[in-house]
Design a protein around this ligand. Sequence first.
Ligand SMILES: [Zn+2]
Length: 379
Amino acid sequence: MLPIAHSGRSSNLEFEPGRKNEPSASGIPPVANDSAPDVPPDPPAISDSANSDPANSDPATDTREACPACGTHQKRILFSATDRLYGTTDRVFQVVECLKCRLIRLHPQPTPLELNQYYPQEYWFVADTSTADRLEQVYRRFVLRDHLQFVERALRDSEEKGIVLDVGCGGGLFLQMLAERCGAKVVGLDFSLDAAHVAWSRAGVPAVCATLSRAPLAPESCAVVTMFHVLEHLYDPASYLDAARQLLRPDGRLIVQVPNAACWQFLLLGERWNGIDVPRHLTDFRLSDLDQLLDNCGFEVLRHKHFSMRDNPAGLATSLAPKLDPMARRLRHVPETPGMRLWKDLVYAGLVAASIPFTLLEAACRAGSTIMVEARKKT
Ligand SMILES: [Zn+2]
């Protein structure tokens, strides 16, 4: 169950209850890990009504109609929207807010079969040999620094020895870089067999195709479990947190990153904010929603970070000009000559750079468009 409470507790670029606040370093685009920001839906974690016919469902009993955090059916519609970024469907969904706990969610939730259709093939990035691809790969390595430094600090603070498991590893670039930088023993996990194959064969990262609850890893074998842009895609985020808790060493660390629905970009842009990502994001967390969920799942939050060089500026750029987003152009198979592609990439990069000051400001005011959290198991 997702909980809710809106204390508004959060931070500047980085905030640690009980510790001295420190500015942190940085790193760019949307899409988890080295590319695609996420993990496709997890069939085993689906609600019990997942296979029912929406046309025949009873709103009074259908669990997809109720708030997953508090079970309330009363809600208000914030807006209606369709797949603005990748154009996988023309179906219109509602984004609604629970009247009791204020959790924001997609409504109605698509069935697993439907949801699978909303994830384009190759929902991650694999660098080719073209100039544009090589430049993009350099860019991706540069902007991952925020994620790498955040995880490296968690590893140092925990002092646990064990695996670093990245859930939703995509093409494996994040884990490849982490292993290069600090020699960590890394394992990737992805719902996509193709992604796991690419992570292993191209990035040299051991990777498995599985759901987290069925990961072929021993209990308490992980020093760190990371989930960058994963929870918002799941029918049952708590099941993933429970599984992570089983896999973590006693003082191991959980690192979670999600879009922040309490950010300025959402207030200003509404349905045009990239972080809503209809219809792939089933839940739209505010920082307080995420903290409460972690608490309910047996985790103690240690610190927050509101800025990610990979995600925040690029997210604003994509919100303002979705047709320039490199991933969207690739997945939509937009016909482009190599020169045109490079030109569009450069214009998009300029827009990302121009977005940095605003995204730094909103993060400094504890309203960044993404939240990264470090947590450990409660004792
Ligand atoms: Zn609720």
